[in-house]
Design a protein around this ligand. Sequence first.
Ligand SMILES: NC(=O)c1ccc[n+]([C@@H]2O[C@H](COP(=O)([O-])OP(=O)(O)OC[C@H]3O[C@@H](n4cnc5c(N)ncnc54)[C@H](O)[C@@H]3O)[C@@H](O)[C@H]2O)c1
Length: 428
Amino acid sequence: MKNNKTTQKSLSVFGLGYVGLVTAACLAAKGRRVIGVDVNPQKVLLINKGKSPVIEKGIDKIVSKTVKAKMFLATTSARDAVLNTGISMICVGTPSMEDGRINAGHLRNVSEEIGKALRLATRYHIIVVRSTVLPGTTENIVIPSLERLSGKKAFRDFGVLVNPEFMREGDSIKDFYYPAKIIVGSFNGKDKEAMSLVYDFIKMPIIDTDIKTAEFSKYLDNIFHALKISFANEIGELSLKLGVDGKRAMELLCMDKKSNISARYLRPGFAFGGSCLPKDLKAALYRIRVGGLTLPLLESVQKSNDSCIQRAFEEIIKTKKKKIGMLGLSFKPGTDDLRESQMVRLAEYLIGKGFDLKIYDKNVSMARIMGANKAYIQKEIPHVSSLLCVSLEHVIKNSEVIVLGHATKEFKNAVKGLRKGQILINLT
Ligand SMILES: NC(=O)c1ccc[n+]([C@@H]2O[C@H](COP(=O)([O-])OP(=O)(O)OC[C@H]3O[C@@H](n4cnc5c(N)ncnc54)[C@H](O)[C@@H]3O)[C@@H](O)[C@H]2O)c1
C-alpha cells in the first residue's frame, strides 16, 4: 500500500474535547476536510449544528464557519472516519488514576476502534497520537491494539506517529496556529512527511525525533512548567520573609537570558559543586529554617544533588571493579578550585570504600605544587590530592573503570581509546 499524499488533506480527529476540537476546527479552517469522532453523541450533535461543546476563546466562530462550509463534520462512527480519511489523530483524554497512573482506557478503546476500521481499509492510513502519554504507551498499548484488531502490521501496512500538543487552554487557537514547536516522533523517520503536509500553513520546521522522546517531550514541558511555578512561589515566600519584593526579584532573575532563562544548566549530567552554589544554597536554607518556613522544593535541592553523587558511587560499585581512574577533580573544567567539588566528594566515598583510586587533573596537579589552592589542597584534602597522578596515560592504563568528570577534548579523546573490558562511567 502506498502513502497517498492527497489523503493528508483529509483527516479524522478522535476525541472532541479541548485538544481535539481545536485541532479539528483549526485544521478545517485551513482547508483540510476533517471528520471529528467522539463517543459522546451530544457533542457530535452540537458540533454538527455548528456549536462548540467546549468554552474556548474564538472556537465558536471557527466551528460554526467550518461546519457550515462542510469542511468539518462530526460523527460517532470510527469506521466512517477512518475509511474516508488518510490520517487519524488521537486526542482522547488520558486522566490520572488514584495512584497517579494514567488511565489508558480511552486510548485503548479508540485504538481498538481505529484498528477494527483499518481491517477494512484499502488505503495506507497513518495514526497520530496527540494525547499526552508516557513513553512506551504508543508501543505497548496503541500499536498492539491497532495490530490485533486490524490484522495488519504497524509501519508496514499502516503508519504510526506521535505529535504531542503544546497548547494552553484559553490561548489554544493562537497556540495552534503559532506553536512554540512542532514535534513529530516516528519509527525510523517513517511517515513523518505526512505531518509536513498537515502543518504546511505553519511556517516552522518540524522537529523529528523517535516515538518515546516525542511522548516524553510533553511531560517534560509540563513538569518543567510546574517546577517553575513552584520555584517562583517559594521564592515569593522567602522574599517576603527577607523583606524583599519577590515579584521584582523574579523579574530581575528573568532578565538574565545567559544563565537563567536559557539552556544553560539544563543538560542532564552530574551534581553541582564549587565555591558558590553549595555555599549560597546553604545560606538560603539556613534562613528558611530559622524563619520557620516550609519550602519543600528549595529544601530538596541539596538532597537531589547529594543523591546524584550517591548514584554515581553506586554505579561504580556495581562494576565490581577495584581500580578506578578519575578524570577531573575540580568542580568544573578549566579551574583548580576544589572547594565543595562534587568530584572530591565522590573521590572521598571511593577512598572510604577502599577502592584503588587514581586521579588525573592537570590544573589541580599544578596548583598542588604552586597555585593559590596549594594550602587548601594540602590541609583539607591531603588524602585525595595524594592520589593525583601527573600522567593521564598512566591513569587510563592502570584503571579498570574510568570515571569521566570533565567533558574536555583531552579526556574525550583519551577515553576513545579504552581497552576491551575497561568500563567508562561518563558523568558529563
Ligand atoms: N487540555 C489541554 O490544555 C491539553 C493540552 C495539551 C495536551 N492535552 C492532552 O490531550 C488529551 C486530550 O485532552 P482534552 O483536555 O482535550 O480531553 P477531554 O477530556 O476534554 O476530551 C477528550 C474527548 O475524548 C472523547 N473520547 C473518549 N473516548 C473516546 C473514543 N473511544 N473515541 C472517540 N472519542 C473519545 C471524550 O468523549 C471527550 O470528548 C489528553 O491526553 C491531555 O492530557 C491537553
